[in-house]
Design a protein around this ligand. Sequence first.
Ligand code: PAF
Length: 289
Amino acid sequence: MSLTTVHTVADLRATVASWRAEGLRVALVPTMGALHDGHISLTKLALEHADRVIVSIFVNPTQFSPDEDFGAYPRTLPDDQKLLDGAGVALCFAPSVDEMYPDGFATKVHVDGGMTNVLCGAARPGHFDGVAQIVTKLLLQALPDCAIFGQKDYQQLMVIRRFSADLNIPVEIIGAKILREKDGLAMSSRNRYLTPDERAIAPTLNRVLASITAAAASGADIGPLLAKGREDILSAGFDPIDYLEIRDAQTLDLVTQTVTKPARVFVAARLGKARLIDNHAIEPSHTAG
Ligand code: PAF
């Protein structure tokens, strides 16, 4: 099956309706384009859950603040289409900003509470409102059986699970594991911003997270681990660090002493023009108390 690209909600809906008439299952993979192997791993997972896969490509202006990289964000539709075609994706939905936010658009989707005020929510005010707004629209426009989101944006995944449950959106939200380069760097469209020297430094984040994870899982005190991690990240050349924190894997509440329940260690730090994020799961192997 070769890839078809549509640019309007009407064409998206007509295609999905024709698949529904054949009794087919549908998966959606929302993206902002500049696709890489990490995205392709999401489409592979989607194909395990559905007969037809849609990939949306839309650089959503409402999730960027004015000082961020909305203008510079890579837009590579022809290359993206080639990749999707080779990956067995049936439909690429690539709407314009006017199609998604026509004149008179006035609706916001806001997820309240701790989950959106911490980590990237604190560092990027308004970011998750923009994500919630666009993902709500995409889910309702396509109404797939399931939608796939990468765990590199773990906080985003948790926010999406929250509002889709709260709003009774009838779509199963599936998290996909992080795909890494051979040297451990988490795949990201923003890795394109790195110079060769910065690219050599970038895997430090994964190394620091891995060593914090191993020690925290066996019951080490978190304070000194994070202090050493910060020192290693800064001395590698990252500056500033937005956060390096351990949080509960479900609630995202801060963990301050030792890890006794499934948790995750999260980092966001700037290297040259790129703001890189990553996280690792911590499964405690020691017995508390
Ligand atoms: O993770 C992303 O690429 C974006 O935040 C998403 C989910 C496609 C919404 O614009």
